[in-house]
Design a protein around this ligand. Structure first.
Ligand code: SF4
Ligand code: SF4
Length: 229
């Protein structure tokens, strides 16, 4: 991914609204290009790293159950309050999840729940096609969320080494991450270059000893992270 800062307009450009002419010129150029039609659903689009699709609870390969430890972080951080969890104590004093519900129709797909989960139990998968006739189909309970994971795993094929980028907050130093989140991520998702705006320029100035001009083009990469094995 490239980040390109737009140079500020001068007064003449503002007066003449040159962007309108630029936009019209682009439209004119595209009119003579060959149309590109994707033959969906036979041809599926490539889903980018960090895509926020249908929710799922990761099924632990060892236990066959959810990894959730009922810490309640996801429910607390969720800005639309669409996660409801009920838990009880087991004989060994550990927490047992009795109910885990997400109302996907209220979700704004911010990905915060996946970011804060210390054990990478909740993820937003790459599944984007899940239309239904009724609203109730989007109220996921624990079993439905585990089934969503199974569906995703079946679509993905080999899940060995699968890493959900949303599980690793961008630019977090490794030492500040929960143990489960300390996974190898590629530069496309984890790079410090992903900082944008003032933060990006400050980071660049710190590493290169120069202050880039706000209008100058800067190049960055997304970083990939989070483990949901
Ligand atoms: S993606 Fe955001 S809004 Fe949706 S359930 Fe997670 S925290 Fe809530
Ligand atoms: S943050 Fe993770 S472990 Fe904690 S309640 Fe939510 S899904 Fe479960």
């Amino acid at each position: 991914m490239q980040i390109q800062y737009k140079a500020p307009r001068n007064w003449l450009q503002t007066l003449l609204q040159t962007e309108i002419a630029q936009g019209m010129a682009l439209t004119l150029r595209r009119m003579f290009n060959r149309p590109i039609t994707r033959q969906y659903p036979e041809e599926k689009p490539v889903v980018a790293a960090g895509f926020r699709g249908r929710h799922a609870l990761v099924r632990d390969a060892a236990t066959g159950e959810s990894r959730c430890v009922a810490c309640m972080r996801c429910a607390r951080v969720c800005p639309s309050h669409c996660i409801r969890i009920r838990w009880s104590r087991a004989a060994d004093n550990s927490r047992v999840v009795d109910a885990y519900n997400i109302d996907a129709l209220r979700c704004i797909f911010c990905g915060y729940c996946a970011e804060v989960c210390p054990v990478n139990a909740i993820v937003l998968t790459e599944v984007y096609a899940y239309a239904a006739n009724g609203r109730s189909a989007f109220k996921f309970d624990k079993q439905a969320l585990l089934d969503n994971w199974d569906d995703f795993a079946a679509q993905k094929g080999d899940m060995q080494g699968y890493v959900n980028p949303l599980c690793r907050p961008r630019n977090m130093p490794e030492g500040a991450l929960a143990h489960a989140k300390r996974v190898a991520v590629d530069a496309e998702w984890s790079g410090a270059e992903q900082w944008v705006g003032k933060n990006h320029r400050a980071a660049l100035a710190h590493t290169q000893g120069v202050e880039p001009t706000p209008g100058a083009p800067c190049h960055g990469q997304t970083n990939q992270g989070g483990a949901a094995k």
